[in-house]
Design a protein around this ligand. Structure first.
Ligand SMILES: Nc1ncnc2c1ncn2[C@@H]1O[C@H](COP(=O)(O)OP(=O)(O)OP(=O)(O)O)[C@@H](O)[C@H]1O
Length: 308
């Protein structure tokens, strides 16, 4: 099957000698939402910039729906829409003109109904005749998205799309992303808001220090790496944990009113049943119990720490 994007052994060493990407292999499937996570400076923007032809790779190969980004640059690039991290939009043009111009850049025939729909989807319609200069930062970001979509790309890159934007724009943006995906558009986004990736992504890739340390279905990642914990609230304060409970990974918290048991939810036996029986046997009276599963954020932090 042809991939939306196929990246093989991609490396980038900047002139400063910094290795921003090291032998990255990644196949992005048509129609998926892939979230690329990684700490500051991990190499996410460098990766996106190479795929979009803004930065040259030092080594490796990238193709976009089968088109090599070097030898078939135009065919590769016209399939891509990019919403970069930094806002840079022409200040004196109107919203309508700048978005229409972006479409023209890719040699596409004018399509006013399409531009109209795009501006409506992005709540920019009543600003269509405004100069970019007069818009707020959030509105400018909406314009950047409209510009990226004006030539009907099959693949959309969103680099930190929600950094510093308000709740309303964030909601609009995810609605639009879902609609685009339903229309068959592949979406690759980087974000520092891991809850967002958790909510919207089909797959998650984690980059650290220029290396792609993992790519996995989000649900699989949560299932494989997620840890669970059982919190047992006690009726009476315990000074110390009884020796009989020495075989469990337990912590006594909240001044002795709570026992926390961490366990592997994938293990054949979680040990919950026997722990509760042992608590009972030790004469410890239980007030309440609750379980919690680690979030994608917990998993991400652990992964990045382990790859240091
Ligand atoms: N033009 C450049 N010249 C030299 N080094 C660069 C250049 N651009 C980026 N870098 C360095 O390459 C590394 C990767 O940067 P990149 O912007 O790709 O990371 P990132 O994962 O997108 O980070 P952030 O989350 O902060 O945006 C960083 O150490 C950065 O300082």
């Amino acid at each position: 099957m042809q991939h939306a994007i196929s990246i093989s052994k991609l490396s980038k060493v900047y002139d400063s000698g910094l290795a921003a990407l090291q032998e990255v292999d990644l196949d992005i499937r048509n129609g998926e939402i892939l979230a690329l996570l990684g700490p500051n400076g991990a190499g996410k923007t460098t990766l996106i910039s190479i795929v979009c032809g803004i930065v040259n790779a030092t080594n490796g190969k990238v193709s976009v729906q089968g088109h090599d980004i070097i030898s078939e640059f135009r065919a590769a690039r016209e399939r891509i829409g990019l919403v970069p991290q930094e806002l840079h939009v022409e200040t004196f043009e109107t919203v309508w003109d700048t978005v229409s111009y972006s479409r023209g850049l890719f040699g596409k025939k004018p399509n006013p109904p399409l531009i109209e729909q795009l501006l409506k989807d992005l709540t920019l319609w009543d600003k269509k005749d405004s100069k970019i200069l007069e818009l707020s930062g959030g509105m400018k970001r909406r314009v950047m998205i409209a510009k990226a979509l004006a030539h009907e790309p099959k693949i959309l890159f969103l680099d930190e799309p929600t950094a510093g934007v308000d709740v309303e724009l964030r909601k609009d943006m995810w609605q639009l992303v879902r609609r685009l995906r339903e229309g068959g558009v592949t979406i690759i986004l980087t974000t520092h808001y891991i809850e967002e990736a958790e909510e919207i992504a089909d797959r998650v890739g984690v980059i650290n220090k220029g290396r792609l340390i993992l790519v996995e279905e989000k649900s699989e990642l949560m299932r494989k790496l997620g840890k669970k914990q059982l919190t047992v609230e006690l009726n009476e304060v315990l000074e110390t944990l009884p020796e009989a409970l020495g075989g469990y990974d337990l912590d006594l918290e909240n001044g002795g009113e709570r026992i926390v048991y961490r366990y592997n939810s994938q293990a054949e036996r979680t040990g919950i049943g026997s722990l509760l029986a042992d608590l009972n046997r030790a004469g410890i009276s239980v007030k309440d119990i609750a379980t919690e599963q680690s979030s994608l954020e917990d998993i991400f932090v652990t992964l990045v720490e382990e790859s240091r």
